[in-house]
Design a protein around this ligand. Structure first.
Ligand code: CTP
Ligand code: ZN
Length: 154
């Protein structure tokens, strides 16, 4: 019998697969982390069926290793993402992202009056787990934002 199970997006040879991204956020993640600013293949899959009712996005980065800073930023944007290291077509490492206590230089503080938006400094947020998701508290103005309020490009 013919095998009918195929990958929705081609397998990669070497690199990183960011899996279980909330549906619709892959493009945002790639733009925010500038993951396509190289001469290497980046494949996005948006709104893939995941489980019985849900949907997810996937980002595949050929010839790439994520830095610790990038992993922390991915965790803030997609707290349930899985990072898969691919070597010679095999998954050689799989881990869930880990939320950092604090994140710098990711996106501006949503508070217009915050000093970080008026002085040459990067925004910095303390990350707190809140109900099922997270909250971000600005280090400078001390205001607290939901993830939806803080993510600017969506
Ligand atoms: N993958 C890939 N290229 C490869 C191997 C795997 O793009 N050469 C991708 C798969 O498409 C999948 C992810 O890497 O999106 C993880 O692969 P695998 O662990 O085999 O899949 P699952 O068992 O479905 O992963 P999980 O249990 O984490 O959902
Ligand atoms: Zn602020």
């Amino acid at each position: 019998m013919l095998m009918t199970k195929t990958l929705a997006v081609s397998a990669i040879k070497n690199g990183v697969v960011i899996d279980h991204i909330p549906a619709g956020q892959a493009l945002y993640l790639v733009r925010l982390l500038k993951l396509s600013d190289r001469n290497k293949q980046v494949t996005l899959a948006i709104n893939l069926k995941s489980g019985s009712k849900g949907y997810k996005d996937i980002v595949k980065l050929e010839e790439y290793r994520l830095t610790a800073d990038e992993c922390a930023k991915i965790a803030v944007i997609c707290p349930n993402a899985t990072l898969n290291t691919i070597e010679n077509y095999e998954v050689t490492d799989k881990s869930k992202v880990v939320l950092p206590d604090r994140i710098d230089d990711i996106f501006p503080c949503p508070n217009d009056k915050c000093i970080s938006n008026h002085e040459p400094m990067s925004a910095s947020f303390l990350i707190q787990e809140y109900r099922q998701g997270i909250r971000l508290r600005c280090h400078y103005c001390n205001k607290c934002f939901s993830q939806e309020d803080a993510l600017p490009l969506r």
